[in-house]
Design a protein around this ligand. Structure first.
Ligand code: CTP
Length: 394
C-alpha cells in the first residue's frame, strides 16, 4: 500500500491497548497516523503513548485550538485518507449510526470527507444486543466498513463474538481496503497447499508446498472485492480473515470439496500441489517393520483442474504449472491440454515453500513474465491480469 494519511480514532474499551500496537504497525508500514481519542479512551490508555508512537500531537478535545483554523473537528478528518476507529465501542457505534456530534471523535466522523472504518470491540451480549445490531446494519447501509469483530475469549471472562481483531489483522484489512475492487461481486473458489495421501494410519505421501502462494492469492482476491472460498490442504496456516476455508487432505477430498462448491463460482484458481497418484490400499494399521520392505502400489488421482475446466458451465479457470525444466514450453502445453484461459508458470524448485516467486503468466496472447517478488505481490499481479481477461472485460 502506498503511504496513506490515517486518522485513528480510539474509544473507551479495554481493547484500546491494541490501538498502541496498531499505531506502531501502521507507522512502520510507512503511513502517517494522527490519533484522536474520546475522554473514556484516555481512562484506558494515555495520549502520551500515542503521541510517542505516532510522532504527532494527539487530539481529545472539540475545543482544541492547535489546528491552524482552530477547527479540529473539520481539519483532522479533511486531511486524512481514511478515518479508522479501533476499538469502536457499542456507545460510539450507536452515536455514529445516529449522527451524534457531542465530542471531537463523533463530530469528526460526521464532518469527514474520507471513508470511515470501524473495528467493534465489546462484550458478546452487547454485540448481540438488538439495538447494537440495528446500529451495525445502519452503519453498513451508510457505507461504513466494518472490520471484525472476532470470536474468542473476552476481558470479562466470557467467550463469544465481540472481541476487537488483533492489530495485525486490522492492518492487513486496511491494506486490502485501498486495493482496486477489480473482482467486486465475483465468487472465487481456490485450492491451496499440498495434498496428503495416506500410506497407513500415521504415514503418507505429501510434498513441500507451503500454501503461501495460494493463501496470498486468496487474500488478493478478497482485497479485490471477491467472495472467496479457500479449499486448503494441510498447511498449518491460520485461515485468512474474511473468507470461508474448507480443509481437505487427499486429492479425492479436495476434488469432492471443489465439486461441491464450483457451481456457485465465477472463478476457479487451482494453486494446490495435488498428488497425481495415491496409494491403492492404504493400511488400516501402522505398517510394522518386516523382513522385506513393503511395496506401494499407486493409482491415479482425479485431475481437479482439468475436471472443472471441462465442465459445461465452467468458471473462469486459472491453473499453476510447477515445472523443473523447459518452463514456458511445458507450461503452455499444460495450459492448452487443460483448456485454461490463464496459467501461472513457475519453477517448482524455486517456488515451493519459498517467500518469493518468479512467474510468467500465460494466456492466449503468449507469456507475460514477471520479476521475482514476494508472493503477496505476485498474487496482486495475477489478480490484476486475470481481471482483465474476464469475459465482461474483454
Ligand atoms: N492439478 C489438479 N489436480 C491434480 C493435479 C494437478 O487440480 N490431480 C492442478 C494444479 O493445482 C495446477 C495444475 O493442475 O493448477 C498443474 O499441476 P502440475 O502439478 O504442474 O501438473 P500436472 O497436471 O500434475 O502434470 P505434471 O505432474 O505431469 O507436470
Amino acid at each position: 500500500m502506498t503511504s496513506k494519511k490515517i486518522l485513528l480514532g480510539i474509544t473507551g474499551g479495554v481493547a484500546a491497548y491494541k490501538a498502541a500496537e496498531l499505531t506502531r504497525l501502521l507507522v512502520k508500514a510507512g503511513h502517517s497516523v494522527e490519533v484522536v481519542m474520546t475522554e473514556s479512551a484516555t481512562r484506558f490508555v494515555t495520549p502520551a503513548t500515542f503521541q510517542a508512537l505516532s510522532g504527532h500531537a494527539v487530539y481529545t478535545d472539540l475545543w482544541d485550538e492547535r489546528p491552524s483554523n482552530a477547527m479540529a473537528h473539520i481539519d483532522l478528518s479533511r486531511r486524512a485518507d481514511v478515518f479508522l476507529i479501533a476499538p469502536a465501542t457499542a456507545n460510539t457505534l450507536f452515536k455514529l449510526a445516529h449522527g451524534a456530534c457531542d465530542d471531537l471523535l463523533s463530530t469528526l466522523a460526521a464532518a469527514r470527507a474520507c471513508p470511515l472504518i470501524v473495528a467493534p470491540a465489546m462484550n458478546r451480549q452487547m454485540w448481540d444486543n438488538p439495538p447494537n445490531q440495528r446500529n451495525m446494519a445502519q452503519l453498513r447501509a451508510d457505507g461504513v466498513a466494518v472490520f471484525g469483530p472476532a470470536n474468542g475469549a473476552q476481558a470479562c471472562g466470557e467467550t463469544g463474538e465481540g472481541r476487537m481483531l488483533e492489530p495485525e489483522e486490522v492492518a492487513e484489512l486496511l491494506e486490502g481496503f485501498f486495493c482496486a475492487k477489480v473482482l467486486a461481486g465475483k465468487k472465487v473458489l481456490l485450492t491451496a497447499g499440498p495434498s496428503y495421501e495416506a500410506i497407513d494410519t500415521v504415514r503418507g505421501i505429501t510434498n513441500i508446498s507451503s500454501g503461501k502462494m495460494g493463501y496470498a492469492l486468496a487474500r488478493a482476491c478478497r482485497d479485490a472485492g471477491a467472495e472467496v472460498t479457500l479449499i486448503s490442504g494441510p498447511t498449518g496456516m491460520e485461515a485468512p480473515l474474511g473468507m470461508r476455508r474448507v480443509d481437505a487432505a487427499s486429492a479425492r477430498q479436495m476434488h469432492d470439496a471443489v465439486m461441491a462448491e464450483v457451481g456457485q463460482s465465477d472463478i476457479f484458481i487451482s494453486v494446490a500441489a495435488v498428488a497425481d497418484y495415491r496409494v491403492k490400499n492404504p493400511s488400516a494399521h501402522k505398517i510394522k517393520k518386516g523382513a522385506t520392505p513393503p511395496t506401494l502400489e499407486l493409482e491415479e488421482n482425479p485431475d481437479i483442474l482439468a475436471t472443472v475446466a471441462s465442465l459445461p458451465a465452467a468458471p473462469f479457470c486459472v491453473g499453476f504449472a510447477a515445472e523443473s525444466q523447459n518452463l514456458l514450453e511445458f507450461a503452455e502445453a499444460k495450459r492448452q491440454r487443460k483448456k485454461l484461459p490463464l496459467l501461472v508458470a513457475n519453477l517448482a524448485q524455486q517456488a515451493m515453500g519459498a517467500d518469493d516467486n518468479q512467474v510468467a503468466l500465460l494466456d492466449r496472447n503468449g507469456p507475460h513474465p514477471l520479476p521475482s517478488m514476494p508472493k503477496p505481490d505476485v498474487a496482486k499481479a495475477i489478480v490484476e491480469h486475470l481481471a482483465k481477461l474476464l469475459p465482461q472485460n474483454q
